[in-house]
Design a protein around this ligand. Structure first.
Ligand SMILES: *Cc1c(COP(=O)(O)O)cnc(C)c1O
Length: 495
């Protein structure tokens, strides 16, 4: 199976090529030429497997150049009991009748990014070997909070790699910042940037396409690669957990094979919900994919109107990992809905770059509303949802997941569609203690690490070990740069 660039159908490569180089040379995203099918008995077969086995099965369908034995080895390491505290890896919990949380935060950094970022280093380092790449890969990451730490944990001390993470100085939670600045490992770098996530992401994209930097680094024996969800190696492991969630619901008898299940995903860069769409296209009987945004609701408008317009105020919210106005992965979906008309895709992306706005053709709009629904909520609404779900169901939501619960409730009352729904629960509430404490009525919650103990006392829940372990870790990284100054830390790390 081959991968094509979203902007040029002649730019074709294998799975390992797509993973090794991240972005196509024309700036497009590599996307599978055809989507494999889970028809016939496949879901029954998958139902009786462990998470790790399901991951091997699904990833193998997309990656010709990797053997099942090889993928098996990767999964054993990436999803080992040392790394994932829950034996189910990504367990499905019933929150109320017909509403389930797919818990994606039992990994080392307590957010869903771990499911992909524990796998990516294995996929990437073997892809580099398969591609005959002799240079060392330097992973460059722009993060809205969780990707950075996830990538650092995944790549730390992986031979043949370096990793440098940029995060917006005032755009991440205190605990997220501490997770990154205390990162261990001999091949890692962390740097704060003045500006927001979109600024950092735009600059990182600029570094990737800077020919002078490329030449300089090649001379030093390096090339730049990406761990952002523009890399197919990030999206692929995420498809697995939507397949797995459906199988778990079959296994527990909550649904019968073939029953429709809606999926609601708190969305930022559109990577997570895109993975759900691939699962649906593979034949998992998913109904509506509900895209949930916070007050940065550019995707809500897009899905409802077909107009993508980033010219709007940027809000800092209590769900910082969704504070994004340019959702890179949308390009893969638009490409799929354009049926090979890459000129159309390129046209939209050029307009986005030049004016910050584009409107898709009516044929694309029709497909969008068939598969997707969308909504958004404010911080106050998300906090109310945290309080209500804790009081009513004894289930504690983090602020991102709360956005999705709110949007699901709105969707159900607006449409009358009461199909069972799986909500992607993307982070542990202990990652965002001050906001969660406020939601639960704490007037002046403490900040930083003490807030973890405060939330544990208030709820009686046990905080995840990787977060309590942060106490007493040494701060290793303090550098802050202007967004125009991001080349310097790259050159420093890759001396
Ligand atoms: C990254 C992240 C999101 C958004 O996911 P995308 O794939 O960027 O849409 C939502 N919630 C949390 C906690 C995250 O870390």
């Amino acid at each position: 199976m081959y991968y094509v660039s979203t902007r040029d159908r002649l730019q074709k490569t294998t799975g390992s090529g797509a993973i090794a180089y991240g972005l196509a040379p024309d700036g497009g995203l590599f996307t599978p030429e055809a989507i494999p099918s889970l028809a016939g008995n496949a879901l029954n077969t998958l139902r009786d497997m462990t998470y790790r086995q399901r991951a091997v099965y699904v990833m193998n369908m997309f990656l010709d150049g990797y053997s099942a034995a090889e993928l098996n080895g990767f999964c054993a390491k990436a999803y080992s009991p040392e790394r994932f505290r829950d034996p189910a890896v990504a367990p499905v919990r019933k929150v109320s009748e017909g509403t389930y949380a797919l818990e994606l935060w039992h990994g080392p950094t307590c957010a869903f990014k771990d499911l992909a970022l524990q796998m990516l280093p294995h996929l990437l380092t073997s892809a580099l070997k398969k591609e005959g790449e002799g240079k060392t890969a330097c992973i460059l990451v722009a993060t809205s909070g969780d990707t950075g730490k996830g990538a650092l944990e995944g790549f730390k001390d992986v031979p043949g790699t370096r990793i440098l993470v940029f995060y917006p100085k005032d755009g991440v939670s205190a605990i997220q910042e501490l997770q990154m600045t205390t990162q261990e490992g001999s091949n890692v770098g962390v740097c704060a940037v003045r500006g927001n996530f979109d600024d950092a992401q735009a600059q990182v994209k600029g570094l990737f396409s800077d020919p002078d930097l490329k030449k300089e680094l090649a001379g030093r024996g390096y090339f730049l690669s990406s761990a952002n969800s523009i890399n197919w190696g990030r999206v692929l492991p995420q498809i697995v957990y939507y397949v797995s969630a459906y199988c778990d619901l079959m296994k527990s008898g909550n649904i019968q094979k073939g029953d429709k299940v809606n999926v609601c995903v708190p969305t930022g860069n559109f990577g997570d919900i895109l993975a759900a769409w691939y699962a649906k296209r593979m034949g998992v009987p998913l109904g509506k994919l509900i895209c949930a945004s916070n007050q940065n609701n550019v995707l809500t408008d897009f899905i409802k109107t077909g107009v993508y317009d980033r010219n709007r105020p940027f809000y800092q919210t209590i769900s910082p990992s969704m504070d994004i106005l340019v959702s890179s992965n949308l390009e893969r979906l638009i490409h799929a809905f354009s049926y090979g008309n890459v000129e159309q895709v390129r046209g939209y992306m050029d307009q986005l770059a030049q004016t910050g706005r584009y409107e898709v053709a009516s044929s694309v709009k029709r497909e969008l509303v068939r598969d997707f629904a969308a909504g958004f909520c404010t911080d106050d609404q998300a906090k109310a949802m945290i309080a209500n779900t804790w009081k009513g169901n004894g289930y504690l939501l983090d602020p991102h997941t709360a956005v999705a619960f709110h949007v699901l409730e709105d969707y159900r009352s607006e449409t009358g569609d009461s199909t069972p729904a799986v909500v992607a629960s993307t982070a542990s509430p202990f990652k965002f203690c001050p906001a969660v404490l406020e939601a639960l009525g704490e007037k002046a919650p403490v900040q930083g690490l003490e807030s973890i103990a405060q939330l544990a006392r208030l709820t009686g829940l046990e905080p995840p070990v990787p977060l309590t372990n942060l106490a007493g870790k040494e701060i290793r990284f303090t550098q802050v740069v202007e967004k125009s100054g991001m080349v310097k830390p790259v050159l420093e790390l890759l001396k």
